[in-house]
Design a binder for this molecule. Structure first.
Ligand code: ADP
Ligand code: MG
Length: 671
């Protein structure tokens, strides 16, 4: 049962810190406790009456008395043994809130124990631990108290650093947290702002930074192909582009190119808001791999997105004589086999697809670069598999792309082993998107507006409400919306695309929309990522209050890609909840993805950004990325100085600290 809570070693137990405390250090006279009422009090008295009442239900009623008065203890659920245990004349210490019920002052289900007269009171607050099934507080308390006696208390943070950071020592910090003495600052303990907490948080963050930095070194020790050449493909591609790169694109490309030339695997995250032009950067990185005689693979989370990449990039590259393979789960067996053969023989220099790329059956001839679009949608395991598909013992370089910006603190703690490049500039000629929130009951006006826009030659996305509980229901809603819109707009072509359609059907609809044969595209969130139709300049999102901020931002990013002024209408169902109101307000106020991500972090906490990295999230139990940012920065710098130059004495410090804080859990951070 302890192991279920992750408590395997004595140190695990020591670091299992209380959630809160109970004050059992004082006894209040019964009369005073009753007068105070409403508060938790501890009283002590002798049982003067013990009876079982049958009405209104079976219950045990025990009356205790001290010199000042009497108090009823009421137990609705009780064991036979309790009747005996609490028989007349027994002295009881009971603790809970006092209520004023039908029979006067009473305690309902107090925690209690039978004591002798003058039994000593505890001198420290009693810890209440996070617990699991079948583990009572007394059992946990005993296990932890025993571990305290056995454990090695050596301080793993050297005195110099403790002094520099003004940290208290490990042992007193831990003991303070488990057994705060009477008079300790209970508020600071609860708020985790007490110096004892600071010490724990620092230790935890230091362990995390040390471990991440070691993983980074381990990566640097691995070999990767030197992708040095920039020739035919790179030049051809640059020449074929209908636009020139923005300064930001050039800068990130420069960073990526430098990494690719190194003999150890790149691990770089390319961040750029929706529409910032990450695809062309990815294609140019792939060109460098191809020019250097290697293959590149590009993996996208959805078939629609992968297909768009494929079409766009193949159109750029195939005229330059490069074969691009297409691999998804929905391919016919014959086509899949053909694609696999092209990849295996090396005939295909670039492979684009979905998860299908990481199947065991896919063997690369000479994989040099792996590109993962919308990386947060993939699990760590999936990215690793692709990384393991190198040849000759070399690890391919990895470029991850994301439009979901990772706030700085988060990047520092969870992605410390990741270089980050940011495209912070949109291509020129984009017009800003005007966003408005409109009550659902004005839907007719909105339809009117869609009609007018379409007559002006603009194209429209109509996004259906998200129904998380039921895909079937979501589908039904999408179909109904499609039908009502088709009926309301008889002179327009209305199309429908949703996740359950066959890929070929989806593609046919998307093609028609791209070709401007369809004016209004009714869609589920399948269009959330990556879809790129520059002529679409109006978006309606129904039940916008059901979507998360980053999702709304991604959706909205589908418009505003051309030169026409774009509009995003957020239809909502009133009344709006507090959080939904805040989200819609944020959407109206800004189109800056970073600002939106910051707000999102504020509203929801870090979980969302970590996505499949939950395993790593479990690593931080005590530190809070919002309030403890300053500690994160110190921990990072100190970790760097401890690892600097591989000083043997420092290595010993690092090993001891990691063993204490991570035990066997370090592998989580390796990816
Ligand atoms: P995202 O970063 O969201 O993946 P895309 O790569 O899909 O963005 O690019 C969005 C659109 O901008 C595409 O139509 C692309 O062709 C276009 N684009 C990219 N770079 C430039 C540029 N430097 N100048 C003009 N248009 C560009
Ligand atoms: Mg994209």
């Amino acid at each position: 049962k302890l192991a279920k809570l992750g408590l395997r070693s004595d140190m695990d137990l020591i670091l299992h810190l209380p959630l809160r405390y109970e004050d059992e250090t004082k006894i209040v006279p019964i009369r005073e406790a009753c007068l105070r009422g409403g508060h938790v009090s501890q009283v002590e008295g002798v049982v003067i009456k013990n009876e079982i009442a049958l009405k209104p239900r079976r219950q045990l009623l025990v009356t205790i008395a001290d010199d000042s008065g009497e108090l009823l203890l009421r137990f609705m659920n009780f064991y036979g043994s309790q009747i005996k245990q609490l028989s007349e004349g027994v002295r009881v210490r009971a603790r809970t809130e006092i209520k004023h019920g039908f029979f006067g002052a009473e305690m309902v289900h107090p925690t209690y124990k039978v004591v002798n007269e003058n039994a000593p009171l505890p001198t420290s607050l009693t810890p209440v631990y996070p617990s699991g099934e079948g583990l009572s507080q007394p059992i946990l308390r005993r296990a932890i108290a025993e571990a305290m006696r056995r454990v090695d208390w050596t301080d793993t943070v050297p005195p110099l650093i403790r002094r520099q950071m003004d940290l208290i020592d490990f042992e007193p910090a831990v003991k303070m947290l488990h057994y705060p003495p009477v008079g300790a600052d209970e508020y600071a303990l609860m708020e985790k702002s007490h110096p004892a907490w600071t010490r724990m948080k620092f230790d935890e963050l230091l362990a995390q930074q040390l471990s991440l930095k070691r993983a980074q070194r381990a990566r640097r020790d691995k070999g990767a192909p030197h992708l040095r050449a920039m020739g035919h493909m790179t030049e051809g591609l640059l020449g074929a582009l209908p636009f020139s790169l923005t300064n930001a694109q050039q800068r990130v490309l420069h960073e990526i190119r430098a990494d690719l030339r190194e003999g150890y695997p790149m691990q770089r995250l390319l961040q750029g808001d929706v529409g910032s032009g990450k695809t062309v950067v990815a294609a140019l990185a792939a060109a460098q791999a191809i020019d250097s005689g290697y293959q590149a693979a590009l993996m996208a989370p959805t078939e629609i997105l992968a297909e768009q990449h494929f079409r766009k990039i193949a159109a750029w590259m195939e005229p330059l004589g490069v074969k691009v393979a297409w691999l998804t789960g929905s391919l016919k067996k014959k086509d899949k086999t053909a694609a696999n053969e092209m990849v295996e023989s090396g005939e295909a220099r670039l492979v684009i697809g979905t998860h299908a790329l990481i199947q065991d059956t896919v063997q690369f001839a000479k994989l040099g670069l792996v590109i993962v679009d919308e990386q947060h949608r993939f699990g760590v395991g999936q990215r690793l598999t692709l990384r393991n598909k190198g040849s000759d013992g070399l690890v391919p370089h990895q470029l991850m792309m994301s439009a979901t910006p990772i706030p700085r603190t988060l990047a520092m703690t969870y992605y410390a082993d990741l270089e980050v490049s940011v495209i912070d500039e949109l291509p020129p000629g984009r017009s800003p998107i005007v966003t408005r929130a409109i009550d659902q009951n004005r839907r007719d006006e909105v339809i009117e507006r869609v009609h007018a826009a379409a007559l002006e030659g603009r194209q429209v996305y109509w996004v259906c409400p998200l129904i998380e509980e039921s895909e079937a229901l979501q589908l039904q809603t999408a179909t109904e919306t499609y039908e009502t819109l088709a009926e309301a707009l008889p002179d327009l072509q209305v199309g429908l695309v949703h996740g359950r359609m066959k890929p070929a059907e989806k593609q046919a609809v998307m093609d028609a929309f791209t070709a401007a044969e369809v004016h209004v595209l009714v869609a589920t969130t399948v269009i959330e990522v990556g879809v790129d139709v520059p002529n679409a300049s109006l978006m309606v999102i129904e039940h916008a209050e059901r979507f998360g901020l980053s999702q709304l931002h991604q959706l909205r990013g589908r418009v505003g890609r051309g030169s026409a002024a774009s509009v995003c209408l957020l239809l909502y169902q009133s009344p709006l909840g507090q959080v939904a109101k805040q989200r819609l307000l944020t959407m109206r106020e800004t189109t800056d993805g970073f600002e939106i991500a910051r707000k999102d972090l504020e509203i929801r906490g870090p979980g969302e950004f970590l996505g499949a990295r939950q395993s790593g999230q479990a690593m931080l139990r005590f530190a809070d990325l919002e309030t403890d940012q300053w500690l994160v920065e110190h921990a990072r710098d100190i970790a760097a100085s401890l690892l600097e130059g591989e000083v043997p004495a420092n290595i010993a410090i690092v090993d001891a600290h990691l063993a204490r804080w991570l035990g066997g859990k370090e592998e989580f951070l390796k990816v």
